[in-house]
Design a protein around this ligand. Structure first.
Ligand code: G3P
Ligand code: MG
Length: 247
């Protein structure tokens, strides 16, 4: 299902547009990313809605301040997340992805939903049930949230995220029935990538913005990279394909 080396738009195309906004996701899709990554938090209110933002506060990425957990769905559209962009809901990003599908019933870009805020496993599982044609990968640094998600959804691929190396990754990945193990670039040593790949898991590495590092990870056996600069990565991959094509 995945191409040999996957360029994943990190928070969309965070180096080219305000991160985690519809403009950022559209930019990454127009640059040909076969997969997008985003971060979700639960909104305040009775209905379990999800918004797409990286931090637990609004301070760094918007014109407001305060905790995301206190945000209501009504307020979302009134906040500027950069260049006049609103903070999107997860539903809005899924609708955007549908515009890039070759067929209404399938194909098209994959969505990596990172469970960033607390208590996001259940609303993400509910959202995926509403969109059975969406190809998704659910990941988190909070492996207990992935376990919660797995209890509610036994089929959607999941990936534990690691910012520090943990020798017990094999038991975590096995217990989750993981499809991938996702690593910070600073811990993604070639021998670790090889060991994970040898167990049959994809390895996706974050965040890689220079093609030379991407090439090293590719050569070590990584399945793909998260990047803020899909333009640079697509250019590199295009040049690689051109070089390896027969004369
Ligand atoms: O999922 C890869 C990457 O997004 C994890 O780190 O902090 O950018 O969410 P962060
Ligand atoms: Mg993330």
């Amino acid at each position: 299902m995945l191409p040999p080396f996957t360029v994943i738009g990190h928070r969309g195309a965070a180096g080219l547009a305000p991160e985690n906004t519809l403009l950022s996701f559209r930019t990454a899709l127009e640059l040909g990313c076969p997969m997008l990554e985003l971060d979700v938090y639960r909104l305040a209110g009775a209905a379990p809605a999800l918004c797409v933002i990286h931090d637990e506060t609004l301070d760094r990425t918007t014109n407001r301040s305060g905790p995301v957990a206190e945000l209501s769905a009504e307020l979302l559209t009134r906040i500027d997340a950069g260049q006049g962009q609103a903070i999107p809901t997860l539903h809005q990003v899924i609708e955007l992805l549908n515009d890039f599908r070759p067929h209404p019933q399938g194909g098209g870009p994959l969505l990596n939903i990172e469970l960033k805020g607390p208590e996001t496993a259940a609303p993400v599982a509910a959202t995926l049930r509403q969109h059975p044609d969406l190809a998704a990968l659910v990941s988190s640094f909070d492996h207990s949230q992935l376990t919660d998600f797995r209890r509610l959804d036994s089929t959607t691929p999941v990936a534990p995220l690691y910012s520090r190396w943990r020798k017990n990754w094999p038991s975590t990945a096995a217990q989750l029935g993981a499809a991938a193990v996702n690593l910070a670039v600073r811990i993604a040593r070639p021998e670790r990538i090889r060991a994970i790949a040898a167990e049959g898991y994809n390895v996706f590495v974050y965040t890689v913005n220079d093609p030379a590092t991407a090439r090293q990870l590719h050569d070590a056996g990584a399945s793909g990279i998260f990047t803020d600069r899909p333009d640079l990565m697509q250019r590199w991959l295009g040049a690689t394909a051109a070089r390896s094509a027969p004369c």
